[in-house]
Design a binder for this molecule. Structure first.
Ligand code: BT5
Length: 282
């Protein structure tokens, strides 16, 4: 993969996030978020928070990095963006929810990020199962949920100001690319400012997560399943699923079940760990 860590865009184009302002806006007594740290650079925010989870960091801890040297995707893949061109952060959750329902957690995060982005950037973002955020066929953001004992670290990478030439893969896109050509007025509301975007995303995650845990993870009862279905770019489509063992499954994605698994042709159920890739079939 091309090295995109060095960017020819200047600091002025990409102002840093303000940890104090973010903390002031998000952390209140009795609120969900407990601690928010912004670091200039790290390996991976997911790896860092996983370590903190083991030493007892509380639910509601947030770690944001302006740059990552080894951003993680699923299955040992990478997440790469130039410094300050996107949002790369992780949140620590300790869900007291029946284990069989915890498959919904990463999907819930996808719904929350999509809702916030749709609201601020006014873009038709959809979810590719399990939790990629797509605009059309191109990937705007990815979510990585990793279990650490009883805790779950949910990491989000969202492309904000990347230009075409900076995209790490041709299938990627960014808010700047998707909102280019809008009038100045729309640009202002286009959610290219990372600070309000991060606030909105974190507020949405807290709201969705609380609703979900209050129903003991029952995606049916808390409306999550419906919200997910409405945003889904996968359900109803012909898909080709690559399985880790090299197998291939084709069929129509018919639903997401009560455990967050993708149902293909009404009879095959797939959890995220059983899948390398879900593609729209040609
Ligand atoms: C994901 O994995 O999409 C989850 C990405 C999660 C990244 C966040 S950043 C903060 C936190 N800390 C971490 O270390 N990770 C999380 P996956 O579905 O496996 O997709 C990875 C694939 O997306 C790569 O193999 C590339 O093809 C592609 N990709 C890499 N960087 C991308 C980018 N910036 N935009 C779009 N696609 C990208």
């Amino acid at each position: 993969m091309e090295d995109v860590s060095a960017s020819r865009y200047t600091d002025l184009d990409r102002p840093p996030l303000n940890q104090r302002a973010l903390s002031r806006a998000l952390i209140h007594p009795g609120g969900f978020w407990q601690r928010l740290t912004v670091v200039d650079e790290t390996g991976s925010t997911n790896a860092d928070l996983a370590r903190e989870a083991l030493t007892g960091a509380p639910e509601g801890t947030v770690l944001v990095a302006e740059a990552q040297r080894a951003g993680r995707g699923r299955l040992d893949r990478r997440w790469a963006v130039p410094a300050r061109s996107g949002l790369t952060f992780s949140v620590l959750l300790r869900p007291l929810v029946a284990p069989r329902r915890q498959g919904w957690l990463p999907l819930m995060a996808g719904v929350a990020v999509a809702a916030a982005v749709r609201r601020l950037a006014e873009i038709d973002v959809r979810l590719k199962w399990p939790n990629d955020l797509l605009v059309g066929e191109r990937k705007l953001a990815g979510v990585l949920a990793e279990r650490v004992g009883e805790a779950v670290v949910v990491g989000v990478g969202l492309n904000v100001s990347l230009r075409e030439a900076e995209l790490p893969v041709p299938t990627a896109t960014s808010l700047a690319i998707e909102t280019a050509g809008r009038t100045v007025d729309l640009e202002r509301t286009a959610g290219l400012d990372r600070d309000p975007l991060l606030r909105e995303i974190l507020r949405e995650i807290a709201t969705c997560y609380r609703e979900w845990t209050e129903t003991d993870g029952d995606a049916e009862r808390d409306g999550l399943r419906l919200a997910y279905q409405e945003l889904s770019a996968t359900i109803g489509r012909q898909v080709r699923v690559e399985l880790p063992g090299g197998g291939l499954l084709t069929g129509v994605a018919t639903a997401v079940d009560h455990e967050g698994r993708l149902v293909v042709d009404g009879r095959h159920t797939l959890s995220a760990g059983d899948v390398v890739h879900v593609r729209a079939a040609d």
